[in-house]
Design a protein around this ligand. Sequence first.
Ligand SMILES: Cc1ncc(CO)c(N)n1
Length: 220
Amino acid sequence: MSFCQTVWEDVAPLRRAILDHPFLNELAAGTLAPESFRHYIVQDSLYLAEYSRALALAAARAPTASGRLEFSDGAKVAVQVEEALHQAFFAQFGVTAEIAAASEPTPACLGYTSYLSALAATRSYEELIAGILPCFWVYWEVGCDVKPRAASPNPYAAWIDTYAAPAFGEATDRVRALVDEAAQNATAATRAAMVTAFRNATRFEWMFWDSAYHRAIWPI
Ligand SMILES: Cc1ncc(CO)c(N)n1
């Protein structure tokens, strides 16, 4: 089994919890409260800005041309999605420029982005890209799982289509291949650290949806 297949099995209970989360069940049914989606999309916009930075740092450190190409392209696409898809959703769900500008990241969002920044700043390239991968792979799995069970018409159709798009699956495949290549050349200790990074990022993916569903704020 490849490194990625092994860690994917490892986080199977987390993935199940994500696919069963009421945020995604209600999004698929089209019944998700618009306030929860609005919360999500504002937080996701803040998330993608920081995710783009983590990808750019991965590009800077990639030992191969294919890694530099993939992560620099990802850094660009994250900003494009932040600007295009999110602006369309902002309009659809009544997020004004003032609301967007005044919003600050929730504990889940700040935790996730700060974790990726910490991997980029103080850990190996291998750990960083293992932490980057769930963002692709979990969303691809979610897109493929939600699309066939989604009600039609659905106010969240554009979001579902983004992550069920074959191009997104192909990008996921390429990042997975880079992670497998890095794992193959890594020591056992680095591989163990990669497993931790992958699992923690997957936990943050669940927390991100749960936080949006409950429209979480800072407790103090
Ligand atoms: C939190 C989060 N994870 C992954 C993706 C996929 O790009 C996203 N948009 N937001």
